[in-house]
Design a protein around this ligand. Structure first.
Ligand SMILES: [Zn+2]
Length: 279
């Protein structure tokens, strides 16, 4: 698992499987006396961010392998972040939903559309995870329990410490999902769009029309940030993310117009690779 800090409040851990990204985000608490707030970052005598009142940490999406999930709490601690108090998922595909294996006691939040998808096909996530594990001889200590899933209205926002995460709907790849704008850190979590390693795909409930709409909506968000964290693949700068966005728009329109089935795959098979080398 690779880990990078994009900002004092944003870490990204990347799984060895499909370069699946997990973001750890801290929203600082109220600023203590004697500290000043500058440029969106709390500076001054902060003896570890945990000392800030009410600082809050969310873990968004997840790595995949058992040892990666096991290492996640230590990674959060080493960063000086308080223990996470919430999990979020960009969409309902199993490979983004394993956070509860690392943090079993914490509630999972997701878009209303994702909660509805999970309700409509109970056990789907666990079945897909089991199929992956069986195929790759992966053993886990405990089964995945998603707990009580909290459905978040999207578009909307979600408080984290004294900050807010902005949530935007992104159905298209699947019939559900959201993108998360971390405005103060200039980071966009795009979910399974804008990947430098994976071609656009239609999964459960995804359509060409909605995919195109999601990309159009994402363009305006990408233009506002320095970094884009896709569901799979390296973190992108704004310029590269916009290039991929235009490539994907053209690809989806082109292929989708002739045969949408070419964009579909079973959620259990390996995703198709982009032929262009990631820059
Ligand atoms: Zn994915």
């Amino acid at each position: 698992m690779r880990a990078v800090a994009l900002h004092a409040d944003v870490l990204v851990a990347t799984s060895a499987i499909w370069q699946t990204n997990c973001a750890v985000v801290r929203g600082v608490g109220a600023v203590e006396d004697g500290e000043t707030e500058l440029g969106g970052e709390v500076t001054g005598a902060r003896a570890g961010a945990g000392a800030l009142r009410g600082g809050e940490v969310f873990v968004i999406d997840s790595p995949i392998l058992p040892d990666e999930l096991e290492a996640l709490p230590a990674l959060v601690e080493q960063a000086g972040f308080p223990a996470p108090s919430g999990l979020l998922a960009t969409h309902g595909d199993w490979d983004h939903l394993l956070g509860r294996l690392a943090f079993p006691g914490i509630a999972l939040g997701c878009a209303e559309s994702t909660a509805a998808r999970m309700q409509a096909s109970p056990g789907e996530v666990q079945r897909d995870l089991r199929a992956f594990d069986e195929e790759h001889f992966v053993e886990r200590e405990r089964p995945l329990s998603l707990g009580a899933v909290q459905a978040l209205p999207v578009p909307g926002s979600c408080g984290i410490g004294t900050r807010e995460l902005a949530l935007y709907p992104t159905p298209g790849h699947t019939g559900d999902g959201l993108a998360i704008l971390i405005e103060w850190a200039s980071v966009l979590l795009s979910g399974d769009y804008l990947s430098p390693v994976e071609l656009p795909l239609l999964g459960a409930g995804g359509t060409v029309e909605a995919y195109v709409e999601a990309l159009e909506r994402l363009r305006a968000l990408v233009e506002r940030v320095e970094h884009v964290v896709p569901g799979h693949g390296r973190v992108l700068g704004r310029a590269r993310a916009l290039e991929i966005l235009e490539e994907d728009l053209a690809w989806v329109r082109d292929v989708g117009a002739s045969s949408a089935t070419r964009l579909r795959r079973s959620s259990r098979s390996a995703p198709p690779r982009r032929s262009a080398p990631p820059r």
